[in-house]
Design a protein around this ligand. Sequence first.
Ligand code: 4NP
Length: 159
Amino acid sequence: MSYSVLFVCLGNICRSPMAEAVFRHIVVEQGLEAVIKIDSAGTGDWHIGHPPHEGTRKLLDRYSISYEGMNARQLAVQDGGNFDLIVAMDTKNERDIREKLGVSSRAQVIRFLSLLPEKGIDDVPDPYYTGNFGEVYELVKEGCEKLLELVKGRMNIER
Ligand code: 4NP
C-alpha cells in the first residue's frame, strides 16, 4: 500500500516547503520513501517556480535537511484526486483548498495544527510576515512526527 500527502500554504515558499522537506526527511529516516509520496503547493500563484524562501532554507540547512529540487507550484484541482491527504498550514489555506477542490475531491483535508491540539493554536504563523522561521520549524517538526504516526496507522505499518 502507498499513501500520498500534500502540504499547502499561501505562497509555497515558507511553511509548506518546510513541512515537505522535514516530513520527507523523517520518512527517509524510517525507510518509507518508496511508499509515501510527499509534495507541497501554494494557493497563490506569485512564487511559481521559486525555490524555498531564504529563511526556510537557512533553517533546513541548520538541521541538514535537503530541499534539493524543490520549487513552488500552485495548488491544482487535480490534486484533490491525486493525494490521499492534504494538510493546510492555516485556517485560510484550509478554506481556500476546500473551495478550489470542490465536493468531488478524494483527498481528506486537515489543518496542520489539528495534529498538535495541545498547542492551542489553529494556524502555523506565516514567517513571510513574522520573520520567525525558527518558531515555524519547531511546530513543523513536532507536527510532522505526529503526522507520520497517523499515516503509518492508516497504512497498517507497525512501530
Ligand atoms: P507561505 O508564506 O504561505 O508560508 O509560503 C508566504 C509567502 C509569500 C507570500 C505570502 C505568504 N506573498 O504574499 O507573496
